[in-house]
Design a binder for this molecule. Sequence first.
Ligand code: 5GP
Length: 341
Amino acid sequence: VVAPARALYVKALFDNDPTREGGQPARSMTFRYGDVLHITNMADDDWWTARRVEENGNEGPEGVIPSKRRVEKRERARRKQVNFNQGSQSLGRAGLEGRRGSRSQLSFSRKFPFVKSTERLNDLTDQELNSSDEPILSYQVIEQQQLNYIRPVIILGGLKDRINDELVNRYPDRFSSCVPHTSRPARPNEIDGRDYHFVSKQQMEEDVRNNLFIEAGQFQGNLYGTSIQSVRQVANSGRHCILDVSGNAIRRLQSIANIQPVAIFVKPQSPYQLRDWDHQMGDEEAQQQYQRCQRIENTFGDVFTHVISNAGSLEEVLARVHGTIANESRPTTWVVNTARP
Ligand code: 5GP
């Protein structure tokens, strides 16, 4: 194969920094996570050629990029080195197993494998983040798609809750959270359809089984979850639905609802940066949150549409999130081609 049979576009799932390469004839192109590349030649095992597709659709000059095989080879070598340097312990996974799981939760999770049974339901469980074989991220085949709905927005990583609150509070006519379902009875001041959609447990179990939910969880014996219908309702009202969900829910949105969310990972450079963004945060919490961000990046690195890194202040993060969403709201967008993974 010299050139792809039809135009091949990929999204880069890593930052390419040519200053880290040594010894090959030509320097490769600089690109960042999320950049769109038009692959023009794949004849060589190690080096392909490509043009970067700019946001306005124009293509830049042809340059050299490392092939998928080369990216994988390089990453495998790096991981070996990391493991070697750390003894046989892999990064940050000690002591995460066997913390939870009553019998009823276990049988529930067998019935609904994607449903989490944690106390903080909207959070990732440790198990979810604990896959031992992290895939190596290189390129993902994408294609242009016309989107005729307002895309939901999912923020992951540092400052997630703060960003969600700020978007809804600052721009209430453009962003809104959606109404979750629950099987618990309504409290006196609660209104059906405003606070929750109140349904029976039996009904909710059936709907979860029928793939009407993008995520669900169990808390004190009651079920909670976000339905596809609730997400659609917000989009129909002309707003971006702000979803506080994990990477798994992003996959489910795409696969069972055919909805393409804007999924932004806010990457903190260090625990210190987290404290800089949030002065209320203590040392230990910053450390934990930072490690959590690293695990999210390792586990869900293939589902983000954008990564915001090297941001200075909180205001800069907010401005970049806002700019990214505005930019992703055009009628034609690049989406993952699930038929050509
Ligand atoms: P409450 O019954 O007090 O309204 O909520 C109890 C718990 O349910 C809260 O900790 C909240 O995080 C969780 N919860 C609320 N809505 C949802 C949802 O849509 N999905 C999931 N997984 N958990 C939810």
